[in-house]
Design a protein around this ligand. Structure first.
Ligand code: SDX
Length: 428
């Protein structure tokens, strides 16, 4: 017998179905609530509201579990292959060898930007925010690939996905080169996904950048760990824009804008800036913790806390270990890693953080790892976006293919003035 929820409001009593997910999560289905009672529910940041059913990613915030299409993320750490995980998220199964080879070829065939798009980089200010460039250029792709504005079948979706996933690297690298006053370096079709990005960022016309296996694996892992995270702020944005049947480029460009926020993907930049302030002596770790607890300070311990994880973010655990491994392979130490560990230790023994179940999240160590690879701080959130792009595409596709999907249009509780009359200007 299917479970029901009973709602009693005034003299009205209604029963609402309870939906049960494949991992036992339960939700009260209120899709007929307003029609039956005239009532809406009030949940401003949607912390208590499921906006869709999804088969892509499972997060258990209480137990610190993250699975892509059922596979725990820990199982991707050995020989990490971001392109393989992108396929898994978008198409729902691990690719066969032929599927992976074919998709890799599609990425290689689409790594160049149209020369018209490339020339636009010459007119971008050298200090332009990289996330502004990325959002604009993803939208701009729609001008040069108008054949993918209407994605009607798997072939066109695959082709559009290949263009986005491949070209996002080139756009990121070109924006970095522009900011450094360096000549643009074209992609190398003989390099794998992550090695090609680092080549376009760090090679010179007279000297090719050669990526070490440890760094290439680490960047694959960073992108895998950022690849999807169910209905986070930027993914919900992509779904909302996509629900209006806006094209995939516009939907992902909107996702970039949401991800830019310091409470979301922009936190990885704020973490490193916070750690640098401590390292430069401007702030002690203890002072950081005190400020984070002081509501008046407006300070947050960036990289800590999460809407869903009330346990250690499994991604942070993996990233911390990878920091050590990569720094070791490069024979380097980074004082920021020691400071981050000290901050974590202080926070995890402080009642303020313990009571609120605030733990390190994905952003706490990711910046230190990217920094170890030579990637500058202002490119960290761009790297987050490169990783998250397959997740956005997968979620957009899942919604696009859902015959029951409708435009997302929340209701409100109006608290403004009751009816008033217009007053002519000479009587005001
Ligand atoms: C990402 O949703 C996702 O899945 C996102 C993400 C993904 O993969 O897409 O995981 C990626 O965005 C990770 C989060 C990165 N952001 C940060 O690190 C910024 C710092 N963290 C916070 O701003 C905060 O924890 C959020 C934004 C992440 C979550 O905010 P919530 O769920 O709205 O929590 P809240 O602000 O209501 O906090 C609850 C309490 C408050 O204190 P009280 O009012 O109960 O006294 O915890 C406090 C907050 O003040 N708190 C913090 C804190 N985070 C929460 N206090 C100090 N420092 C912090 N970092």
């Amino acid at each position: 017998m299917a479970e029901k929820a009973t709602l009693i409001v005034g003299d009205q009593r209604i029963e609402l179905p309870v939906i049960v997910g494949s991992e036992g999560e339960r939700a009260v289905d209120i899709t007929t609530l307003r029609q039956q009672t005239g009532l809406v529910t009030f949940d401003p940041s949607l912390g208590n509201t499921a906006v869709c059913k999804s088969e892509i990613t499972f997060v258990d915030g209480e137990r610190g579990i993250l699975r892509y299409r059922g596979i725990p993320i820990e199982q991707f750490t050995n020989k990490p292959n971001f392109v393989e995980v992108a396929w898994l998220l978008i198409f729902g199964h691990l690719p066969s060898r032929d599927e992976l080879t074919e998709f890799s070829h599609q990425l290689t065939d689409n790594e160049l930007l149209h020369e018209g798009l490339k020339h636009q980089f010459q007119h971008i200010p050298v200090d332009a925010p990289p996330m502004a460039i990325l959002s604009a250029m993803l939208n701009n792709l729609a001008c040069f690939h108008q054949e993918f504005l209407a994605v009607e079948d798997v072939e066109s979706l695959t082709a559009a996905a290949a263009r986005l996933i491949s070209k996002v690297r080139t756009i990121a690298a070109f924006s970095y080169r522009r900011s450094q006053g360096l000549p643009l370096i074209y992609p190398d079709p003989n390099l794998r996904y992550c090695a090609n990005l680092l080549h376009m960022m760090f090679s010179l016309p007279y000297r090719q950048y050669i990526v070490s296996p440890e760094v290439e694996d680490a960047l694959n892992l960073v992108f895998i760990l950022h690849a999807d995270h169910e209905q986070n702020c930027s993914t919900s944005t992509v779904r909302t824009v996509g629900s209006a049947r806006a094209n995939l480029f516009a939907s992902c460009a909107a996702g970039v804008s949401a991800l830019w926020g310091p409470l979301h993907g922009g936190a990885n930049v704020e973490v490193v800036r916070m750690l640098e302030r401590i390292h430069e002596g401007g702030l002690s770790a203890e002072e950081c913790i005190r400020l984070a607890k002081d509501k008046e300070s407006g300070f947050r311990l960036f990289g800590f806390g999460h809407r869903v994880y009330k346990n250690y973010d499994p991604r942070a655990k993996i990233l911390q270990g990878t920091c050590e491994r990569v720094l070791g392979s490069l024979n380097r130490r980074d004082p920021l890693l020691d400071i981050a560990r000290k901050l974590e230790e202080l926070a995890l023994q402080d009642p303020y953080f313990v009571e609120r179940r605030l733990y390190p999240n994905v952003d706490f160590y990711s910046g230190i790892l990217l920094r170890a690879m030579g990637i500058p701080t202002d490119m960290f959130t761009v790297c987050f976006a490169i990783g998250r792009l397959p997740g956005w595409i997968a979620q957009w596709k899942e919604q696009h293919e859902d015959a029951d999907s409708r435009i997302i249009r929340p209701r409100q509780v109006y608290t403004g003035p009751n009816q008033a009359d217009y007053v002519p200007i000479d009587q005001r």
